[in-house]
Design a protein around this ligand. Structure first.
Ligand code: ZN
Length: 486
């Protein structure tokens, strides 16, 4: 071997060793790396597609990049919210490199609420509506949870009802319904002092005061209008009228009577002031030709009375409505008032009576909107004429109607306008005599008699000056009844 050859071999060997050493060192110091950093947390919207491809991995050797395999572990279900962990492992020879990342599948989409209506009318009475009162139909749905109608919460704040719902991821939806307050209620006016005041002539009249309240607007005293003033120089009965109207147009009216007494006029009555006596004026057999006049008299003094109505004069039926609207009590008397003739007599049987009674109830309902609980038997409970047609019928009827929740009234004062009294003066005298002797007077009168109607102003004027209170009958009035005699 030549010397040159040796040199070549040694040189080649040395170079090869250097190369091998370099390769070994290169491998020893090689570095694995991922092309993409997938550590940390990524989010993906539920139901969106997500490709969970592994990152590419490389190994760097002596400044050169060579791809290496990368394994990934873990799965993601994008149809289900939650946190998923993925582990990536790259390996090269004895070296491994791990990376793990979290993928959150989230629902960030808000649910939706569907309302049947955006406005709700609420008839305001005494209190604002609660959430339960708002009966607008609704549904709520969510892209992830589906139907979540049952989770909707309603809250009323002032005049808005808020509908809110949260889906299982806490996304909120709200919807609003406007509450429109409808007001069909009248305001109320309260009078301070007495509603019937007694004033000796010549003394000044001072308004005792009043207040008005509305269900929605609250105190509306300032809107009250007062009209009328007593003439303190002249004895008489004066009506002071208080009216108020709320913004919805409901109005209220109350009156105060001022009885001025004690002038030098010798015919004047001296009052005895309120004395606890109550007079119930009751008018049978109408409405008829004089009823309208009677209503104007009662209105003049703002006196409430009771009408036991019939259908004998059917063209005056509408006055039942007028009387009712004026605040009088409407009671059943009879449709036909036939208690004297044999044919179709109302006392011929219980059925015959009830047919007549119910026919009158229908007339009352048509005029007033409701049936009446109050009635008076034609001829009174103690009539004996019914014996001619049916034995025991008054006993049977009084028991039956009481059991059915009706209240019947007879009378304890009779103005005698269907017997001896044929003039207004006679009716006045009979009535005033009788009511002076009782604490509670239920006065039998007939508004189909002109002289009875003409007696009313004097009876009221004298009655008020004597300190009587006039009232309409109702279910709580004193029971004034005769025992059945048949
Ligand atoms: Zn009658």
């Amino acid at each position: 071997m030549s010397r040159n050859k040796k040199i070549v071999i040694i040189t080649v060997s040395a170079l090869a060793s250097v190369l091998i050493l370099a390769a070994v060192l290169g491998l020893v110091f090689s570095r694995l790396e991922f092309s993409v950093d997938k550590s940390g947390t990524q989010t993906v919207e539920v139901f969106d597609s997500y490709s969970s491809s592994s990152p590419k991995a490389y190994v760097r050797v002596l400044g050169l990049k060579f791809p290496v395999s990368c394994e990934s572990k873990g799965e993601i279900d994008t149809n289900k919210t939650g946190e998923y962990t993925l582990d990536y492992t790259a390996s090269f020879l004895w070296k491994t490199l791990k990376q793990s990342g979290v993928v959150k599948v989230v629902d960030t989409k808000a649910p939706t609420i569907e309302l049947e209506d955006y406005n709700f009318n609420f008839e305001y009475t005494s209190a604002p509506p609660t959430a339960d009162d708002i009966s607008v139909k609704f549904t709520a749905s969510d892209n992830y949870d589906g139907d979540i109608t049952d989770s909707v919460v309603k809250t009323v704040v002032d005049n808005i009802c808020y509908f809110t719902v949260l889906d299982s991821s806490g996304n909120e939806a709200t919807a609003e319904v406007n509450i429109i307050y409808t007001d069909g209620m009248r305001p109320t006016i309260s009078l301070m002092g007495d509603t019937t005041m007694y004033l000796a002539a010549g003394n000044p009249y001072y308004e005792p005061g009043y207040s008005a309240k509305d269900n929605i607007e609250g105190d509306i005293t300032a809107a009250v209008k007062v009209s009328g003033a007593p003439d303190i120089t002249k004895s008489g009965i004066y009506l002071i009228e208080y009216t108020v109207t709320d913004t919805a147009g409901n109005s209220a009216r109350v009156t105060r009577r001022v009885v001025v007494y004690g002038t030098s006029d010798p015919s004047d009555f001296q009052t005895v002031a309120p004395n606890g006596k109550t007079v119930y004026l009751t008018f049978d057999d109408g409405p008829g030709i004089y009823t309208e006049k009677l209503l104007t008299y009662l209105r003049k003094y703002d006196i409430k009375a009771t009408f036991f109505v019939t259908n004998q004069f059917s063209k005056y039926q509408n006055l039942i409505k007028t009387a009712y609207n004026d605040g009088h009590t409407i009671g059943v008397h009879t449709y036909s008032h036939n208690i004297y003739r044999q044919s179709n007599n109302i006392y011929a049987s219980v059925d015959a009576f009830m047919a007549d009674f119910n026919a009158m109830q229908e007339v009352i309902k048509a005029q007033t909107g409701s049936y009446s609980k109050i009635f008076r038997f034609p001829g009174g409970t103690n009539n004996t004429i019914s014996r001619k047609y049916c034995g025991g019928i008054m006993t049977a009827l009084s028991e039956k109607l009481t059991a059915e929740g009706y209240y019947y009234f007879d009378w304890n004062c009779d103005c005698m306008d269907t017997s001896s009294a044929k003039t207004a003066d006679a009716v006045i005298k009979n009535t005033l005599d009788q009511i002076s002797k009782k604490t509670n007077s239920v006065v039998l009168m007939h508004d189909i008699k002109g002289y009875t109607v003409e007696a009313i102003p004097a009876i009221i004027e004298v009655g008020l000056r004597r300190g009587y209170t006039f009232k309409a009958l109702d279910e709580n009035s004193p029971v004034v009844r005769y025992k059945p005699q048949n």
